[in-house]
Design a protein around this ligand. Structure first.
Ligand code: NAD
Length: 490
């Protein structure tokens, strides 16, 4: 990017109220790949005012669903047609391997397609009530929505929020993570071409504690849809209390991947590696706790470590790369500090454990790291690291596996590997988690709901649940026998 990336407020590209800029870094090289305008509280206020007017006075909420659907489909096609540029930007800005970035572009385009289809399908209900009344429910847009996302899937998370929010007829202020705004800026370039009324879709850039916090407390915003860390989610809940905003929170996790003695070891090793090391371990649903049954513990671990050592770490634009760099220097240092904590707490380091040297020393690369013989009290077992660090624990039987798996403040995801289908389902049904897999890990579908139990969040994205989350429910009662009600004597 040669010029400065701008914000999009009330249908106009603008630097905003200030003159500050932020350099955007390629995590594979530590070099600047772009410079963007730094948003401010005043920019949030301007975007909210535009969205408020667009919602209260504009035609968007009353635009027929079919017309909104056709715009979402157009956006999906434009995104897909621009796949190469989007994937390149995503890899340069986030670090992920190019083929994963290409997958994200396709998934994002399909998310717009999915909601384009869904919004023209039946949504209401009618009731047979004990009076001469027609009672029914219609779904209406929530209003003005603040959409705040993290840096691990910048384009995909944008699609997960923008598609249902706009599809349902809301007006939005979208805020990407400060480290990864580049694909969002390009996406808004495509949104601009759709010709939506001014103020319907706004893009505000900048720091979470300024721009995100202002959105969360703003009295003219009806809903915040947030994806990010659990501590930030807590702050947002508090800030949203002022006007009792609707909130949906997709937060952190420390998800268990459970392998029983009877599982196919080669298959389970493959998925267990993917569970923790895909997207550099920067995945909310990462299988970051691996629970192995006694009978296979040593054999499984040996094979897992052998395979982990073969993972090719490198810049995302190298076609051989299987795992890229971490997002920022600060995040890399945080992940490395957890590795030191793991060692100090007595976990057995089996592989990895250090920052990559040599050619990769310019970027923020950490080796795939596995700790064995972990115990439930260790911090590397309890806390979300959000990097390529796996904690392996041992279990004896089904009940023990469930107990260990649920011993967490989080409840986002979980997987079970076993040749015994009934046993696998029994264990899955006992997991206090919102997203689960049997004999696989991570496959994610636009059609199925995404979200967590416990401190992993509130509400669900994707699927029909994800659309409902951007609607209000209105009850309508129509008197079929109009006349006086007979309550008063005169
Ligand atoms: P983060 O919470 O630091 O930041 C997420 C977003 O919130 C960013 O846009 C940031 O600018 C903004 N923000 C920061 N402080 C804010 C505040 N006070 N008020 C409002 N907004 C604020 O998280 P991160 O480091 O970007 O992402 C990693 C976290 O996201 C991990 O915990 C991960 O598990 C979680 N995550 C969850 C899901 C899910 O679907 N459950 C998906 C991806 C990531």
């Amino acid at each position: 990017m040669n010029s400065i990336g701008m914000q999009f407020i009330n249908g106009v590209w603008t630097h905003g109220s200030g003159k500050s800029v932020r350099d955007i870094i390629n995590p594979a090289s530590g070099k600047v790949v772009g410079t963007v305008a730094e948003g401010s509280s005043a920019d949030v206020d301007a975007a909210v005012a535009a969205a408020r007017t667009a919602f209260d006075e504009g035609p968007w909420r009353d635009t027929p669903a079919l017309a909104r659907a056709s715009l979402l489909l157009k956006l999906a096609d434009a995104l897909q047609a621009d796949m190469a540029a989007f994937a390149k930007i995503e890899t340069e800005n986030n670090g992920k391997p190019l083929r994963e970035a290409e997958g994200d572009v396709t998934d994002a385009a399909n998310c717009f397609r999915y909601y384009a289809g869904l919004i023209t399908k039946p949504l209401g209900q009618t009731y047979d009530v004990p009076d001469a009344m027609q009672s029914m429910v219609v779904r209406e847009p929530v209003g003005v929505c603040g959409l705040i996302i993290p840096w691990n899937y910048p384009l995909l998370m944008a699609a997960w929020k923008l598609a249902p929010a706009l599809g349902a007829g809301n007006c939005v202020i979208f805020k990407p993570a400060e480290a990864t705004p580049l694909s969002a800026i390009r996406l808004f370039g495509l949104i601009e071409k759709l010709g939506l009324p001014a103020g319907v879709a706004n893009l505000v850039l900048g720091a979470g504690e300024i721009v995100g916090a202002r959105l969360s407390e703003h009295m003219d915003i009806d809903k915040i849809a947030f994806t990010g860390g659990t501590d930030t989610g807590r702050l947002i809940m508090k800030a949203a209390a002022g006007n009792i905003k609707k909130i949906s929170l997709e937060l952190g996790g420390k998800s268990p991947c459970i392998v029983f003695d009877d599982a196919d070891i080669e298959v389970a090793v493959d998925w267990a590696l993917f569970a923790i090391f895909c997207n550099q371990g920067e995945v909310c649903s990462a299988g970051s706790r691996l629970l192995l049954q006694d009978g296979i513990y040593d054999r499984f671990l040996a094979r897992l470590v052998e395979r982990a050592k073969q993972i090719v770490v490198g810049p995302g634009d190298d076609p051989l790369t299987e795992m890229g760099p971490l997002i920022t220097r600060e995040h890399m240092e945080r992940v490395l500090s957890y590795i030191e904590i793991g060692k100090a707490d007595g976990a057995r380091l089996m592989c990895g454990g250090t920052r990559m040297a040599g050619k990769l020393s310019e970027g923020f690369f950490v080796e795939p790291t596995i700790f064995a013989d972990c115990t439930p009290d260790m911090r590397i077992v309890r806390e979300e690291i959000f990097g390529p660090v796996l904690a392996v624990l041992r279990f004896s039987d089904e009940a023990h596996a469930v107990k260990l798996a649920n011993d967490s403040v989080f409840g986002l995801a979980g997987g079970v590997f076993s040749a015994d289908g009934a046993k696998a389902l029994r264990v899955i049904r006992k997991l206090r988690s919102g997203i689960t897999w049997i004999n696989c890990y991570h496959p994610t579908y636009n059609e199925a709901p995404w979200g967590g139990y416990k401190q992993s969040g509130i509400g669900r994205e994707l699927g029909t649940f994800g659309l409902e989350a951007f609607t209000e429910v209105k009850q309508i009662n129509i008197n079929l026998a109009p006349g006086k009600i007979g309550w008063y004597r005169h």
